[in-house]
Design a protein around this ligand. Structure first.
Ligand SMILES: [Zn+2]
Ligand SMILES: [Zn+2]
Length: 292
């Protein structure tokens, strides 16, 4: 049976500092799900767990009060680390309780972070508390936090980081039934669209096969992100799809994630998801299901 577009496990609300759109409420997100016939959705605002070990001291911001009222939080000109320190549990849990619907299961998760030294921005205790945790291995734009200067200096360095960061997550002891790997072909892998394509082309097929075989073995979810495909120009689609084709051949399971930050982005999600399902020829047996 063809893969049904019946869920979206990567959605940001206004709570995420990069959304900060007053229209992007949990009620609006639920309405998007109802209007598109989605049965399961998950809220995944950006998140850094206060108890996560190892944020480099350099990045700690002692002046900032993470419990300050929302309206006092600046949303522009923040350093990456400060930006993350703000988005702790006290911050993201402001979205709770989530609105309810008899048609939609609305889950509460988060998109955390992976440091350059492969330390996670979330503790095991917090993963247990959340319904679903997205780990972005391709936020390759945050020098010092997610990447070393050396890794960032060349397309080869970025391609190497793409592999080692993904593999580093899969080598951890995590409850992979509730872990998703975000946007593997996203524009954040490189500073320009041309460089992004170059990095994706530099990914070695043998490395991809080994890493995705591991992903299939541990049972992690591989995300099909709306924006990964949206920006592809003619002739680039296959380059961006290659890792996903290899992942499928290795037996990986996939989930859909719009990564929407504002309501206007909901208008094309279904069409783009359907296209991804079509291009990858996915069936229901290729679907990732969140488990405890
Ligand atoms: Zn992300
Ligand atoms: Zn996101």
């Amino acid at each position: 049976m063809r893969y049904k577009v019946d869920h979206d496990y990567h959605i940001h609300s206004q709570i995420s500092l990069c959304s900060n759109d007053p229209e992007q409420t949990t009620e609006r997100i639920l309405r998007y799900a109802e209007e598109n016939g989605l049965k399961r959705i998950c809220l995944t605002d950006h998140f850094w767990d206060d108890n996560a070990p190892g944020m480099p001291d350099l990045f700690r911001d002692r002046e900032y009060d993470p419990n300050a009222p929302r309206e006092k939080i600046p949303d522009r000109g923040l350093s990456t680390a400060r930006w993350y320190r703000i988005q702790n549990y006290a911050h993201i849990s402001r979205a709770l309780p989530l609105p309810k619907s008899d048609k939609v299961n609305f889950m509460f998760g988060a998109e955390t972070e992976l440091q350059y030294d492969l330390k996670l921005g979330v503790t095991r205790e917090m993963i247990d508390r959340l319904d679903f945790v997205i780990i972005p291995t391709t936020h390759l734009h945050m020098g010092g936090l997610t990447m070393t200067a050396e890794q960032m200096a060349s397309a080869e360095g970025r391609a190497g980081a793409w592999i080692t960061r993904l593999e580093g997550v899969l080598d951890k002891d995590l409850p992979f039934g509730k872990i998703g790997i975000a946007h593997l072909a996203c524009s954040l892998v490189a500073p320009s669209p041309e460089d992004r394509i170059k990095v994706m082309q530099l990914l070695n097929t043998e490395d991809l096969e080994r890493v995705f075989a591991k992903a299939a073995r541990v049972g992690v979810g591989i995300e099909l992100n709306m924006f990964d495909m949206l920006n592809a120009i003619e002739g680039e689609t296959e380059i961006l799809l290659r890792p996903f084709r290899i992942a499928k051949a290795q037996g990986c399971k996939f989930y859909l994630g719009s990564d929407a930050h504002k309501p206007c982005e909901f208008s094309r999600t279904r069409e783009i998801f359907e296209r991804a399902v079509e291009l990858l020829d996915l069936s229901e047996s290729d679907k990732f299901h969140i488990s405890k």
